[in-house]
Design a binder for this molecule. Sequence first.
Ligand code: ADP
Ligand code: ZN
Length: 698
Amino acid sequence: MEQILEADILKKLKANFGYESFRLQQGQIIENVLAKKDTLVIMPTGGGKSICYQLPALFFNGITLVISPLIALMKDQVDSLKANGIKATYINSSQSAEEQAKVFEDVATKAITLLYVAPESLPMLQNVLNQSYISCVAIDEAHCISAWGHDFRPSYKQLSFLKKSLPEVPIIALTATADKATQEDIVTQLAIPHADRFISSFNRENIALEVRPANERVQQIIEFVTKRPNEAGIVYCLSRKATEQLASKLQQKGIDALAYHAGMSFDERSATQEAFIKDDCTVVCATIAFGMGIDKSNVRWVIHYNLPKNIEGYYQEIGRAGRDGLPSDALLFHSYADVIQLRQFIENTGNKEVQEAKLDRMKQFAEATVCRRRILLSYFGEFIEENCGNCDVCNNPPTFFDGTIIAQKALSAIYRLQGKEAMGMVIDVLRGAQNAAVLDKQYQQLKTYGAGKDIAWRDWQHYLIQLVNQGFCQIAFHQRNALQLSNLAKKVLFEGERVELTKPQVVEETKVTKKAKKKTANTTLFDRLRALRYRIAKEEDIAAYLVFNDATLREIERERPQSATEFLAISGVGQRKLAVYGDEFMEEIKSFLNEKRKTKKDTTLETFKLYQQGHSVQEIGELRGLKTTTIFSHLSKLYLEGKDVSLDEFVTPAILKRVANAKKELKNETALKPYFEFLGEKVPYEQIRVALTILQKK
Ligand code: ADP
Ligand code: ZN
């Protein structure tokens, strides 16, 4: 193949995908593939891996074979390509013989550009797997080939023969899992040891990180979701039962939530997934199984109802938010009960030590008092120089105070309870609770009983967890989670060592409230565009975000394009989408703008009516619930339009003269403030406005 010019690549990027420029290393990766070199791409979820093989496919003579593990995802990708005017299809065993024959024919005649197939269906392609038909092989989710990855799939093992059968065809392997051992395993097993590696940053800056204590989780989630109307999100729960219970509680509050877990039938799960992808349901309460097959780019938030087992899992799950690059939220609820439960799970599994170490790292993340993103990225071997400014710790740094007395009370209670009681009882004793459990054991006799009455239950929990984290006491997981003192505790109890504690955080939702308020006001242009997108998607039976993703929709809202050229300038709009959707969207913008103009016109006319009926400016303001300044601006407008409004009533000739003079001095200034100042701040704004209007007409 002759040299391909960068300009040609960029041209196709715009024409077929609608993008102006490349992200991250996309450009270099594409050049590498076009040069027919084997390539390994490690890029976070949402980084934009697909284009790395979809764009080169447009230049190759033969087809690009895409190996992808999930059939659900395949259909989505094919729909997305078709929406961009690219010929693509997939093959699997559930298709009829005729459908399959059609695919073979399309390959042989090169009528398609990309062909998607799951590894287990590869044998079906035996007859066409040769270099005259196939120009490139892309292997998505390549980490599935490695038993060291967290998502090993035996069917991936057979991919090792690809290089043998197609020695000259470049292979591009892509994954979002960075782990070094897995990387080596991928290139070895695929027999592409010399593949050029492109490893992008794992930082997903657009995802705001937040951790909250798990008190009244359900209530918190309801508030969180209610403040984000129409924003899609996923709540991950540990148990199947929790997903169902939460979904039904959310439904009771009028939120369209659905449950998803491995215990449901295949059909039920597909239905939930479909509804979510197509924007028919906004919230899915799911066990971790959900999200694997979902490419939905407009997931705006992810909540972890429970603490995840490890940071890999957590990161992968929050990564399902904000693939379109727009601001998104990741909220994690941290509870001690979860840690205890996860410990118990680990007890019964094979590599206990490794898992315990991973859980510890997860816990450290949840309890961090420094920038959470730094912790997260350092886990993946990436170090950033500055705090991120987009996590709860950065936004609301914890304040430390001298907590020595609090620590002494707590440790002394643990001491007097002889290391036999779990956190709940320790707190009850500290707070002097009168419940049966306490009284049965005669704990009211203890010296520390009630010594911490003045501190709320929840706050004690916060302090005790910190004492555990700082090593003054520990949880004996094998003795019903009893709290026990460590050697460090002696220093606090007997040597007066100072202990620093952080104040419990008060959860703030103000930022979001503002956003939500704006939304509820009127239907915005964005709402209208979204509704249109939804309708089109329904008609075409594809996912809404495949019409345009949220980032593109936002840009349309901002730019309000009114011609083909303007519409094409929007990022995410390529030739086909302009041709198919352009007119409808521009129509919608036009009618939105017209209605707005009309309501503006209507409001001045309403004022005029009342004016004609003889009401004073004051009265009109009161009747209409508007400020008098607004009424004056209506009257001024009407006056300029030639309506019968005698503005002269509102200013004396003397003031008119002074304003006229000011106008000369201020060289026809139009803003009001300079006049106000020029006139010694004595003439009210309204009168200045009226005077200027009269002068303008003259
Ligand atoms: P990944 O497969 O790495 O998770 P995708 O390929 O699905 O990511 O891309 C994620 C999102 O980013 C998609 O909505 C895609 O259209 C968008 N995207 C990809 N490349 C670009 C680009 N160069 N400019 C703007 N948006 C892009
Ligand atoms: Zn931060």
